[in-house]
Design a protein around this ligand. Sequence first.
Ligand SMILES: Nc1ncnc2c1ncn2[C@@H]1O[C@H](COP(=O)(O)OP(=O)(O)OP(=O)(O)O)[C@@H](O)[C@H]1O
Ligand SMILES: [Mg+2]
Length: 347
Amino acid sequence: MNDEDLSLTSAESAPPERTAEAALRPRRLEEFVGQKVVRDQLSLVLDAALARGRAPEHVLLSGPPGLGKTTLAMIIAAELGAPLRITSGPAIQHAGDLAAILSSLEEGEVLFLDEIHRLARPAEEMLYIAMEDFRVDVIVGKGVGATSIPLDLPPFTVVGATTRAGLLPAPLRDRFGFIGHLDFYDAEELREVVRRSAARLEIELEDAASIEIASRSRGTPRIANRLLRRVRDWAQVRGTGRLDLDAAKEALRVYEVDERGLDRLDRAVLSALCGRFAGGPVGLSTLAVAVGEEVETVETMIEPYLVREGFLLRTPRGRAAAPAAWTHLGLAPPEGPEGVAPMLGRF
Ligand SMILES: Nc1ncnc2c1ncn2[C@@H]1O[C@H](COP(=O)(O)OP(=O)(O)OP(=O)(O)O)[C@@H](O)[C@H]1O
Ligand SMILES: [Mg+2]
């Protein structure tokens, strides 16, 4: 089966960036770079299920955007040789939509529920029962005449993905037999991602360029692949056609990706924090308004990497700038009673 036909990234409907992304997805677990712990654990779950000839337990994948959750869901289906159904929390408006999907599942099918934290409550409750008892109550008719008919489902596997595991209610989380948390990739792993992608795209990439791209990709394979394509553009249009260190540096300058991999928005958040809010702490929503972004964007796409790189601190009283943020922006960290050091002492 061709999983791209079922994916949200099919060639006809998807924007070009998405199509380019789909083309670079690893198809098998052994091609999946990095995330060694999750990969090992998952391969055990899958091998055991294959050996028993049964559908594996439900799998939950969590982690920041672009780290490989959708890719892994597709790999799970491929490794099991099982059909894959793809949908997402926001796409399921009513419990009936979920009932229709569940009642049409084939034996052993993998049901990928992206953004599972955004499922509506009634659908979520229906999902608990389906995941645990392999049963769904189908409502027939409307109003007073409506009756509920229990329908047994064949064994299937839910693969849920979420960028916000914390938002998942405990009863739902507990129904997953395996929870894998994806973390940011290190530079060496990203270099491997870039190298493989270049080979797939038949791009000749110099080693120094792949190191440069990897080190500026915010720990994220999706960004690494995107930067690779932008460097290729630059090399073709403004450079010599060679993807060397100069091309990488120049392209990344044009796209305002700095040497730590921070982009314009990352820096806007840090500038607001250090400038307007004097280092904080400041509430997340206030910070989001200051940079003209949604709270969710700041919380899921921007903040995790800034925290991990030691630029931003999450505190009970809000977000605060770490000394590295000031230094990175070329500012002197404040000193004295109002400065960063005593402020940190309070958390
Ligand atoms: N481990 C990996 N090895 C190689 N390429 C990867 C890996 N993980 C992700 N990628 C690449 O990064 C792109 C983004 O990955 P994917 O779509 O799976 O992320 P995601 O976690 O589902 O993100 P989102 O939360 O935004 O849905 C993929 O198209 C794939 O090419
Ligand atoms: Mg995804």
